[in-house]
Design a protein around this ligand. Structure first.
Ligand code: GLU
Length: 476
């Protein structure tokens, strides 16, 4: 999709980094130290399949080790290459710093089309890939902790965790070697929805600030806002679902690999997703009008555009036609540096990837902490909290009765108040707090400095400053 004039993904991330450091006062050499990718490992390995040996190529790139372990997903796609994993690893460094997840940045990828293999074959390939990475400490609870990304999910993470545990039978923290695992294999409630949930929390926070909405020419709340979502994978689906069912937004179009589905009244996200899972596409889905040229729908009128699939989908070719006044980057790198410049100049407000999709790694951080502490969140305090709440309710009800009040506490209030927070509630609360705090930090730079005019530069400044101070603390 990128034209030849367009920089590569990694160059795009570097250009965005450079725009930020030009406004900072870093000591000589430190800027370069932070920007460069520390190491990229390429592994090639053979797996015996279908009567022959198949050779696969995988990568794990480590961008910055200012904090360890380093963190970031592993993607399975036929398009995976070194430039891409390096760009994604760099984004992980800045993302973790922005949301105060105590990790350096890393990313991995396996060049494979997972749809071409059955489950058993994928398990063999994943276990062998894990072996290659783990024996080089590129999967390790205190060195390098992968997670899901495009083309991978809970299933692959469970295989990886199990493979690591088999290779490290005496490691009591083996489960913390990877995040995004299924619950039964040491995962955490709310990890699957986390990135989409984070997008929702980010938008809610944006809509709390009148000044910020005005910059995008928007007003009011998310209620009734027209949203176009590109990519109904794990991230796009959860973001669209929560925004439509909990905030009253209208998903007016969903764009997928085989076209787009348009419905000005708002699509039923759950039904579209069901169709997608059943048939592999959105063609033939009766929830909206089908448009074959999905990419053209990116250019339709809407209030919010959520690119939630691949990098580079909004580039110098289509950026001039994009009408959305607000774009939130649920994917990593969906806007090229060129597109970013065109849209910024036009006054479009862009909530950048390193903030917008940081919900995933934030909840990964909670999962890693859970694995290291060997106890589920809320297990010690939940019932105690409920008992204290019950005491208070009983006392209030007694006072109301004895005081002769005609009305008491409503049943709904009592039910909600009595409920102690379980793991899912705590995870959501931690995620909400993280997204608000990170937004506050970005916003302070965005509004507080005359030379900063957009959220991306603000986000990079906050992140780079944190990475720089951690290098300074180490005496570098
Ligand atoms: N792959 C996700 C990302 O790009 C999650 C990374 C993680 O949880 O470590 O942020």
């Amino acid at each position: 999709m990128n034209s030849t004039a367009e920089p590569s993904f990694r160059q795009s991330v570097d250009l965005m980094f450079n725009r930020a450091v030009a406004r900072m006062d870093l000591p000589p050499g430190l800027e370069e130290k932070i920007r460069v990718c520390n190491a990229t490992y390429t592994v090639r390995f053979g797996v015996r399949l279908r009567g022959g040996i198949h050779t696969f190529t995988g990568y794990r790139s480590v961008h910055s080790e200012h904090m360890e372990p380093v963190k970031g997903g592993i993607r399975y796609a036929p398009t995976v290459h070194q430039d891409e994993v390096e760009a994604l690893a760099a984004l992980m460094t800045y993302k973790c710093a922005l949301v105060e997840a105590p990790f350096g940045g890393s990313k991995g990828g396996l060049r494979i089309d997972p749809r071409q293999y059955d489950e058993h074959e994928l398990e063999l390939i994943t276990r062998r890939f894990t072996y290659e990475l783990a024996k080089r400490d590129l999967i390790h609870p205190s060195q390098n902790v992968p997670a899901p990304d495009m083309g991978t999910g809970e299933r692959e993470m469970a295989w990886m965790a199990d493979q690591y545990a088999r290779m490290n039978t005496r490691d009591i923290n083996a489960r913390a070697c990877v995040t995004g695992k299924p619950l039964a294999a040491g995962g955490i409630h709310g990890r699957v929805e986390a990135t989409g949930r984070g997008v929702q929390y980010a938008l809610r926070e944006f809509f709390r600030h009148d000044e910020d909405k005005q910059k995008a020419g928007l007003s009011g709340t998310l209620d009734g806002k027209r949203i176009i979502v590109q990519g109904l994978g794990n991230v796009g689906y959860h973001a669209a679902l929560f925004l439509s069912t909990e905030d009253g937004a209208r998903i007016t179009a969903v764009i997928e690999h085989d076209g787009a589905l348009v419905n000005p009244k708002g699509l039923d996200v759950e039904k579209v997703r069901e169709h997608l899972i059943e048939t592999g596409g959105i063609t033939g889905c009766d929830q909206g009008e089908y448009v074959e040229n999905g990419n053209a729908v990116l250019e339709e009128e809407c209030d919010i555009l959520i690119p939630a699939a691949m990098e580079g989908v909004i580039n110098m070719h289509n950026a001039p036609n994009i009408k959305a006044p607000l774009i939130i980057e649920a994917a990593n790198g969906p806007l090229t540096a060129g597109a970013d410049e065109i849209l910024r100049k036009r006054g479009c407000v862009i909530i950048p990837d390193l903030y917008a999709n940081a919900g995933g790694v934030t909840v990964s951080y909670f999962e890693w902490v859970k694995n290291l502490s060997h106890i589920r969140f809320g297990r010690m305090q939940r019932r105690q909290e409920e008992a204290r709440n019950a005491l208070l309710i009983e006392e209030l009800q007694r006072l109301a009765r004895e005081g002769g009040l005609k009305t008491g506490l409503s049943d709904n209030f009592v039910r909600q108040y009595l409920n102690g927070a379980g793991e899912l509630e705590l995870v959501r609360s931690g995620l909400d707090d993280t997204m608000r705090e990170a937004y506050r930090a970005m916003r302070e730079v965005w509004h507080g400095r005359d030379d900063v005019h957009d959220l991306r530069v603000a986000a990079y400044i906050v992140s780079i400053e944190r990475v720089a101070s951690s290098y300074r603390d180490k005496g570098l």
